[in-house]
Design a protein around this ligand. Structure first.
Ligand SMILES: *[C@@H]1O[C@H](CO)[C@@H](O)[C@H](O)[C@H]1NC(C)=O
Length: 359
């Protein structure tokens, strides 16, 4: 589902000028994308081992169970089966280290780290060594290598897994440009999200994200997406695009952050007779058997469930927002988006609350 939407926020300082930018424009990134998952082939004794994985990325969402297809065969075909060892690992990208996922010999397998207990081989048919991952997490997107080891031969293929999600810029209550890189990671986690990758920000920009404050990305670079060039955001002369400050010093420089979240569970505006303080709002959600929603959860509900509500409500971080998919008079700007009132006085009784129910 592609949204051609502009995300517009009502913040006190509407699009403050940026101190500098390098005008980098990533217009051709999508064309340059290469998937290194050519099918692997290897020879032994005149027999070729061939590993097959899909060329196209798989798209799925958080919480899903997904199967990463991988099969192998021999050419010419062998009548007897041969013992092989299978290894799945996740490629290190975007500053993340390579991770072992699973190793299998026959029916025995072992999984590692974050994947322990969440993965197994499908093994529905002979020579099908597809990997099943349960209860996908936000960090699970990326490229996975399926390696088949037959004696001295080993061949592999790559499967790319992408999560459907939403990218949103985040500023903490203390204001603009306050986060070192590791604080940015914590800030996203507290919103039930992770720091967005460049690819995720790029996709969000294609879908219309326009934001005039620079934020950290997963690879340690600092960038911002512009769909409508204008004077305070790098000038009118530049083409729309993602503007980059390049890599910044992670412990010294402070920016906002772009977070990535994906849908899991349900967000709703609590029908409640009175407006509440932040503490009362938290309590009201708990009484309703839920929790006060986090920013990432509200964005995901807006994007994936079309949550549309013209009532401003508290969120867990103390911000007040409301999601609009069908813009209309007296409901903020004319673009769809999650509107923000920033971080009002926690004691003020002017707002309702958005609650989150885990599925
Ligand atoms: C994933 O698989 C588990 C175990 O088979 C099952 O209990 C769960 O409902 C599945 N989840 C989804 C989203 O299909």
């Amino acid at each position: 589902m592609l949204f051609k939407l502009l995300i517009v926020f009502l913040l006190p300082s509407d699009c403050p000028g940026l101190p500098f930018y390098n005008g980098f424009y990533y217009g051709n990134v999508m064309n340059d994308r290469s998937y290194r998952n050519g099918n692997g082939e290897g020879f032994f004794n005149g027999v070729k081992l061939v590993v097959e994985t899909p060329e196209d990325p798989l798209f799925t969402h958080r919480g899903a169970n997904v199967t990463l297809p991988c099969r192998y065969h021999y050419e010419p075909a062998l009548t007897s089966s041969r013992p092989v060892r299978i290894k799945w690992w996740k490629l290190g990208e975007n500053g993340a280290p390579e991770q072992d996922v699973l190793v299998a010999i026959g029916l025995r397998h072992r999984s590692f780290g974050e994947f322990r207990g969440r993965v197994h081989l499908l093994q529905e048919k002979e020579r099908d060594v597809s990997l099943v991952i349960h209860d996908l997490r936000l960090q699970d997107y990326g490229r996975y290598r399926c390696e088949v080891i037959d004696g001295l031969e080993d061949e592999s293929g790559v499967v790319e897994l992408e999560l459907r999600g939403v990218v949103f810029p985040y500023q903490p209550p203390r204001g603009r440009y306050r986060l070192h890189f590791h604080e940015a990671q914590q800030a996203c986690e507290q919103q039930d999200a992770v720091v967005a990758s460049f690819e995720q920000l790029f996709r969000a920009w294609e879908e219309g994200l326009d934001w005039c404050n620079a934020g950290w990305l997963l690879d340690g670079s600092v960038q911002y997406p512009i769909t409508r060039p204008r004077q305070p955001c790098g000038g009118r002369g530049l083409a729309p695009g993602i503007r980059s400050y390049g890599e910044r010093r992670q412990r010294r420089d402070r920016y906002d952050v772009f977070c990535f979240s994906s849908v899991k569970g349900r967000v709703y505006y609590l029908e409640h007779p009175e407006k509440m303080t932040l503490a009362e709002a938290e309590e009201a959600c708990q009484k309703d058997g839920a929790h006060i929603a986090k920013v990432g959860q509200l964005f995901a509900a807006w994007k994936f469930y079309g949550l549309d509500r013209c009532d401003a409500g508290w969120l867990a971080d103390g911000s007040v927002r409301y999601p609009v998919t069908r813009p209309r008079p007296n409901c903020g700007s004319l673009d769809p988006g999650v509107r923000s009132f920033g971080f009002p006085d926690k004691e003020s009784r002017k707002y309702g609350v958005y609650c989150y129910l885990q599925s």
